[in-house]
Design a protein around this ligand. Structure first.
Ligand SMILES: [Zn+2]
Length: 69
């Protein structure tokens, strides 16, 4: 259990989120200090409070994309 490892994992996850957003040409989310999924306050520059919210958000977006036209 290491905070440093957790933070490194979080950093990598954020980088992947950005890379995926670019790859899919989806509009870049703006970091407004709150989680885009659950509206919890997050660290400056972060889009989500944790990787679960990020994954859930992306799953939701994909579901919308699949359901929508
Ligand atoms: Zn969240």
């Amino acid at each position: 259990m290491s905070d440093v490892a957790d933070r490194a994992e979080w950093r990598i996850a954020m980088d992947l989120t950005v890379a995926c957003a670019h790859a899919r040409r989806t509009p870049q989310l703006e970091a407004d200090g709150y989680c885009h999924y659950c509206d919890e306050q997050v660290a400056h520059g972060a889009l989500f409070c944790n990787t679960e919210c990020r994954d859930d958000y992306q799953r939701e977006q994909e579901a919308f994309r699949r359901a929508g036209r």
